[in-house]
Design a protein around this ligand. Structure first.
Ligand SMILES: NC(=O)C1=CN([C@@H]2O[C@H](COP(=O)(O)OP(=O)(O)OC[C@H]3O[C@@H](n4cnc5c(N)ncnc54)[C@H](OP(=O)(O)O)[C@@H]3O)[C@@H](O)[C@H]2O)C=CC1
Ligand SMILES: N[C@@H](CC(=O)OP(=O)(O)O)C(=O)O
Length: 343
């Protein structure tokens, strides 16, 4: 068993990590951290558990520790990080320097040249950037990131379309409230409403997509040159980001070509990777957040509403933002790190 720790374990993503890691056949939760306010309390007491499955008893009895390298036991093999990015920026490099391998969901350092940003089914080869990272930073540990939840929703479909030469992608998002964390948006702000701004989100989709779709030659990563533009909206759904995408390709493409390319997007043999990576619906009114966010046990991507435009295709896509878009993405990266021998 690989002994793992969860940083930011009491939060929205931290709780999802525990939900996924507790029954995991390869990982054993051995350490939990959160803010100083929670440190020293039992997890049951510190975490306001809001997941639909019960809080696991063995985890509930663990003590929450400070988020500090000195507080992490030496026998932890792998850390999952779901800290606020300002905290991740400060703490994650210290942990890597202290020798820990960190699979992080926080947005800090996602765009750093020597930090792999991975969706294993798409760009598992980018993990070899860790050789560059260790050479440059002198770390015994390692830092790997998963992308922003809205980015993860669209990029698998864009990667499938790239077989036809992706040139442009315009994305409009309808993002669930859980994306903002437990204290993100208040009910007075979001009920009977749509918020047409999510700070920093558009730039993340635009830049992270190009890094994910880029080419790694073993030394340097070339970002894809597609023109990606995004517009982000918060809507009153609980989980599941729905996105409208307009993609243009250099080669002619039909809606049927696009559906086939998406359906054929390869999956991996990792524990958390879904059997079918992208599920394409024929019904024009699918995917929908309430009906389809659990495709592939919450680790799949759903697409539908495909139709041709003058230079490409238009469609809708959806993924569960705290599973495939956050906690599940970190766990999958953890499985890849183990499989490739970094842990
Ligand atoms: N929610 C989502 O869908 C997604 C979230 N993310 C990212 O994941 C990260 C976590 O998000 P989320 O779970 O929603 O956030 P929450 O606010 O729900 O949880 C934050 C966690 O970090 C801990 N924390 C807060 N301040 C500190 C500190 N100073 N030192 C140590 N620990 C601290 C909290 O502990 P305590 O309980 O003690 O305060 C809590 O465990 C963020 O970077 C977010 O941007 C990414 C993709 C999707
Ligand atoms: N901003 C996303 C969630 C998030 O926290 O993203 P990031 O991991 O890039 O900080 C949302 O609101 O749905």
């Amino acid at each position: 068993m690989t002994h793992v720790g969860v940083l930011g374990a009491t939060g929205a993503v931290g709780q999802r990590l525990i939900q996924l890691l507790d029954p995991h056949p390869e990982f054993e939760i051995a350490c939990l951290t959160a803010s100083d306010d929670s440190a020293g309390r039992s997890y049951r007491d510190a975490a306001k558990w809001r997941i639909e499955t019960p809080i696991p008893d063995d985890v509930a009895d663990l003590d929450v520790r400070e988020t500090d390298p000195a507080a992490i036991p030496d026998d932890i093999d792998l850390l999952f990080s779901s800290l606020p990015s300002s905290v991740g920026e400060r703490v994650e490099p210290d942990l890597c320097e202290a020798g820990y391998v960190v699979s992080s969901n926080s947005s800090n350092a996602r765009m750093a040249d020597d930090v792999p940003l991975t969706i294993p089914e798409l760009n598992h080869d980018h993990l070899d950037l860790l050789k560059v990272q260790r050479d440059e930073r002198g770390w015994d540990g390692a830092l790997v990131k998963n992308p922003n939840c809205s980015t993860i929703t669209a990029v698998p479909t864009l990667a499938a379309l790239d077989t036809f030469g992706l040139e442009t992608a315009h994305v409009a998002t309808l993002q669930a409230v859980s994306g903002g964390g437990y204290s993100g948006v208040t009910s007075m702000e979001i009920i009977d409403n749509v918020l047409p701004h999510i700070g920093g989100e558009e730039e993340k989709i635009e830049t992270e997509s190009r890094k994910l779709l880029g080419n790694f030659d073993g030394a340097e990563l070339d970002h894809h040159d597609a023109d990606v533009a995004a517009s982000c909206n918060r809507v009153p759904t609980l989980d599941g980001h729905l996105e409208n995408v307009w993609a243009e390709t250099s080669e002619a493409i039909t809606a049927e070509d696009a559906a086939t390319a998406m359906r054929e997007a390869p999956s991996l043999d990792l524990h958390s990777s879904p059997d079918q990576f992208i599920e394409v619906f024929e019904e024009p009114d699918r995917p929908q957040p309430r009906l389809d966010r659990m495709v592939g046990d919450g680790m799949g991507v759903a697409a539908g509403g495909l139709r041709e435009t003058s230079n490409g295709v238009q469609y809708n896509c959806l993924a569960h933002n705290t599973l495939r878009g956050a906690a599940g993405a970190s766990v999958l990266n953890g499985e890849l790190l183990v499989e490739q021998g970094w842990v």
